[in-house]
Design a protein around this ligand. Sequence first.
Ligand code: CDP
Length: 228
Amino acid sequence: MKVIALDGPAGSGKSTIAGMLAEKIGFLHADSGAIYRTLTLASMQKLGAGNSPQDFGELFQKAVLDPDQLGIQVVLADGKQSNRIGQADVGREIRTPEVTSRIRFIADNVPCRNTVNRLLREFAEQTGVVADGRDMGTVVFPDTPNKFFLEASVEVRARRRYEEMLGQGSSSQSLAEIERDIARRDQEDRSRAVGALRKADDAILIDTSDLSRDGVLSRILAHIQYRF
Ligand code: CDP
């Protein structure tokens, strides 16, 4: 298997960098967060989106939903990962704050994590992958020699996310709200019992706060141990 594991907190730049890197070296960008998001949206559609996050969590646990029964499909289409519910690509719908606030109910659930991990490993059996997430280097692909952990301050990460949303038209959240949400998600992601956000001991740490995208990319390329 040829795998580059890219982990880090929300807004650290890993999705952007993973996309650029995958394109440059002809690997697939495997976005694990998108799979968690798709499972969350599919659960919301099944359980009703009007629930509070608390209700949603309880319902989810009581219903013991089987992720495989939610109708989600994560497939390779034109060399890219397509996240679908039924036949519909939900790549945009999975990025709303409503989905983000409920992801933890899925991400804390070990059978759900196992499903996501299985899908990612299936991709890696078919093609070279740049896998982006929280636990790629620690849990999903612990044997790959190419592990990177991207970091940046909460302020920098919130600003990036805010500018990304403005770039897409408008932001439904203020900069302060985004910063608060990111800090809360950091805390949840770092304290999760299984699959927590953590740098693998052998991962290379890159602080992206003062680096351009190309700067981050060239650092990673300098360390990768495959020949292309
Ligand atoms: O893009 P952003 O950084 O907002 O997050 P994402 O990569 O789409 O992941 C969303 C959430 O899914 C994270 O905050 C984690 O709670 C969860 N996740 C996870 O538990 N394990 C992963 N490998 C990837 C994401």
